[in-house]
Design a protein around this ligand. Sequence first.
Ligand SMILES: NC(=O)CC[C@H](N)C(=O)O
Length: 365
Amino acid sequence: MEEKKGYLILSTGDVLEGKWLGEEGHTEGEMVFNTAMTGYQEVMTDPSYAGQIVVMTYPLIGNYGLNDIDFEAIKPFLAGFIISSPCHTPEHYQSSFTIKDMITTYQIPTLYDIDTRALTRIIREQGEVYGKITSNPNDTTVQQSIDKEIVQKVSVSNVLHFYTKSKQTAQQNPHVVVMDYGYKNSIMQTLLELGCDVSVVPFQTTISQLQELNPDGVVLSNGPGNPEHLTYLKETIKQISDAFPTLGICLGHQLLALAHGAKTMRLPYGHRGSNHPVKDLITGKVFITSQNHGYVVDGESLDETIWQVTHLHVNDQSVEGMIHKVKPVMSVQFHPEAHPGPIDSHYIFQQFVQKLLKKGEKQHA
Ligand SMILES: NC(=O)CC[C@H](N)C(=O)O
């Protein structure tokens, strides 16, 4: 058992003592908490957590192990990890390594033996909290800012191509380009399963470079940071959504709104977990969704003549989805690809792929 003491220093002035899981380290970042009871591997490898210290409210972490298949990115990008009780003896037929192996391999500064529920109350009450993980309890200055260039650090630098194994009948497989602001692997996998070929492109890909790839549709991916730090991408995103069927997911949804003149704002303490209820205003149904976001689109700022709000969060009525009234363009704040979390909102991908197939029929008619 590790016994070395480590400290979480918060911008609120609180200092929490824990123990190092794996090597001692040093890191700083925005404090966020995730309430999912399972899915720690997907959370740790979701690039949207880049630059953040993630607190898992659920106390037992690692009890069904980790494996090579549940990575959402090639490596974890989160700045640090705070848990209560790590499990060193996982049991699951697919488990191939432990939480401590993961932390050691990728050198993620991690403290355990922290009361993550008490810590979550601090974050909830204070809203915007920054933290530092260190071995020195007197090292109390905490940097209170978000990296404005975080997307550069997670986006691919070259175009990647993936080909579906489930062929569409009657017509060619739609080709979807994913604009990579920090995409989760399961977004790409879901598109492949629905019979799409997928290309993943760097986040600064221009409209003319995109046109060379001749996509049938474009996905604006999830990703880390404050969407307002990416306003220099607005013009390209506007051009993309004017030219192609488009689906925005999480950061992609926020960027789509910004590109069309709307505003985003910070939530008091974010939505991060696997049980967020969302109402589809078109069908009246409520879905349980997977979420990971700290910002939202300001519904009041959306141009009602062009956009229809399609989804609302049941708990705080924040905007969770929107659709263009004329063009085949839609976006959601939650994660229809799940991972972790329920797949209730998988239909969002189906609706998007239907739009691509319809476009194909028109072209071939
Ligand atoms: N998962 C995401 O795409 C997150 C979007 C954005 N970084 C936010 O926190 O709101």
